[in-house]
Design a protein around this ligand. Sequence first.
Ligand code: PXP
Length: 256
Amino acid sequence: MIRPQKLLRLGVNIDHVATLRNARGGLHPDPVDAARLAIEAGADGITAHLREDRRHINDDDMMRLQALCLELSKPLNFEMAVADDIVKVALATKPHAVCLVPEKREERTTEGGLDAAGLHNQITPIVRTLSDNGSRVSLFIEAVPHQITASKSCGAQVVEFHTGAYAHALDAGDTGKARELLTAMQVGAKQADALGLEVHFGHGLTFANVTAIAKIPEVQELNIGHFIIGEAITMGLKPAIIEMRHLMNVARGVSL
Ligand code: PXP
């Protein structure tokens, strides 16, 4: 079992700064500038997803984000599909962490978790290669028992539970479904922790839904992107990160 951490880490996902930049095809806004501001505002690390279609973050962004994270001594969490060409970029980038996610070209965002059980033989050597290269590997999965045990047997050190369905159920006013999903994540976090897996959560987290997730005792890190970058347009990037950190700290009973 991993000793519960009171203070949660916040990884800020800056993909959608690149989405905005790419809408005009130029250089502005730069996700690396946003990452620097995010760290100044209290982010504990930076998360970015190099998609196979390069729709937001590109290979050069990843290299520059890694340089920034090394300069500021903060971890870069490199999200990626189980795909050989992206593995090569991750090996060259040497990020602190890699999170393997499922990826479909036609999806708007990462839908559902990785099938660690079904893809066990494909994932295991990639986890080993990335780990041998110095990255800590997490698998982005649904909080279901067989995916958690499969993640452990693939050699992952971390599991990140997909909170998208929970966020969606709350948005739709389906409190019964939300309660059921929250219970599954609470039980899954205990199972993962008992297996020696570090527990992270992410996807669709907002000021309104973060508290119940942050209260799960085994969780050590939350990765949040779209909502924070959206709030950057109205309240500003730094205030949005400060408020998210505040809510996470209150949920953990931490006063700073
Ligand atoms: N964690 C993982 C593994 C993801 O794929 C994403 C989306 O790229 C996030 C967290 C962040 O999700 P959101 O942008 O909805 O906050």
